[in-house]
Design a protein around this ligand. Structure first.
Ligand code: SAM
Ligand code: SF4
Length: 323
């Protein structure tokens, strides 16, 4: 699907749950969260049915996210079914890793195309403070197992002032031997995150260069995302940066998002979307759903409006959107 700005839209992030086993302070509040009612969440069969409409429109790459996708009952069998669907070229997952170890044999068997493991710290106390839960041991165990599997593995880390800023070189070290890439993601001022201060990519590059020597810009592309990558002498993996704020990459945006309640979001940063659940449950045909989706894509915004129109910015926590 080509949108009205000439962008080829071929990638869908699907959030299969708003539940999570962590409470990262910049993403999800500790309490007062009103979880989506059971009936308001798309059944996984319904998600698969929508995916048939998406693939018919040329969407061929899918990222499964949440909340924490692996806390949803039957998430693994859903992923296997999606992976086997005609027209699907690539399925990847983003996870905090706590439930990953058990899922890995299935993921290997179905040839999952990639795992993004979110890991903001390697320090147990910082992990407990930031996520309000224990679990670093489980995440690290899953990291080792995933690194030893044949599934491409990337680490996603959100650098935050006063939280993990001192240990970024330590986290980058994971790209020396273990993982395909360590990516630093600039904190976006969405929901709770507006209270925290992220760290610009330029500053992180300086910090890493002081420890590891020069970072060389790497032109080879990894994956579908907006990350730009650098190589460090002696590292097998790359260091990536996703800096939506300091470098707007909206002109190359190739993605849509489907939230757990069946809303099609056209832009991560805008607080609106198109309801697909109601027509789906009312019995709309695949063709009718395709028409709704392709008409919605015509309204995909040109770019985020974090700086010019903060009032239009998404107010929901990222756990409701999927990142
Ligand atoms: N629970 C899974 C996980 O943590 O990977 C999947 C969902 S989580 C919302 C997806 C990604 O979004 C995580 O890497 C998380 O760090 C990132 N994230 C959450 N809030 C963010 C924000 N305000 N800015 C940038 N990234 C954010
Ligand atoms: Fe859960 Fe992921 Fe949000 Fe952390 S970032 S609270 S793991 S959804």
């Amino acid at each position: 699907m080509i949108d009205r700005y000439g962008r080829n839209i071929d990638y869908l992030r699907i959030s299969i749950t708003d539940r999570c086993n962590l409470r990262c302070r910049y993403c999800m509040p500790e309490s007062g969260v009103e979880p989506l009612a059971h009936d308001d969440i798309l059944r996984l069969e319904e998600v698969l049915s929508l995916c048939e409409s998406f693939t018919a429109l040329g969407i061929c790459k899918f990222k499964i996210t949440g909340g924490e996708p692996l806390v949803r009952w039957n998430a693994v069998s859903f992923i296997k079914k999606l992976k086997a669907m005609p027209g699907v070229e690539q399925v990847t997952i983003t996870t905090n890793g706590l439930e990953l170890a058990q899922a890995l044999p299935d993921f290997q068997q179905c040839h999952l195309d990639g795992i993004n493991l979110s890991l903001d710290t390697l320090d147990a106390e910082t992990f407990r403070q930031l996520t309000r839960r224990d679990g670093l041991d489980k995440a690290l165990q899953a990291l080792d197992l995933a690194a030893a599997s044949n599934i491409p593995l990337k680490i996603n880390c959100v650098p935050i002032q006063g939280v993990n800023d001192q240990e970024l070189p330590h986290i980058a070290e994971l790209a020396r031997e273990k993982v395909q890439a360590v990516r630093f993601i600039e904190l976006m001022p969405i929901g709770l995150a507006a209270q925290y201060q992220g760290i610009p990519a330029d500053r992180i590059r300086e910090q890493l260069a002081a420890v590891f020597g020069p970072l060389r810009e790497d032109n080879g592309k990894i994956g579908n995302g907006p990350a730009h990558y650098y190589a460090i002498e002696g590292f097998k993996g790359k260091i990536g940066f996703i800096d939506a704020l300091s470098h707007c990459f909206c002109q190359q945006c190739n993605r849509l998002r489907l939230t757990a309640d069946g809303t099609l979001k056209l832009c991560l940063a805008h607080d609106n979307g198109v309801d697909l659940k109601t027509p789906l449950r009312a019995g709309a045909s695949k063709e009718e759903l395709q028409t709704i989706i392709s008409e919605a894509v015509l309204n995909k915004p040109a770019h985020h409006a974090f700086s010019e129109h903060p009032e239009e910015t998404e107010g929901k926590g990222m756990y409701r959107i999927g990142g």
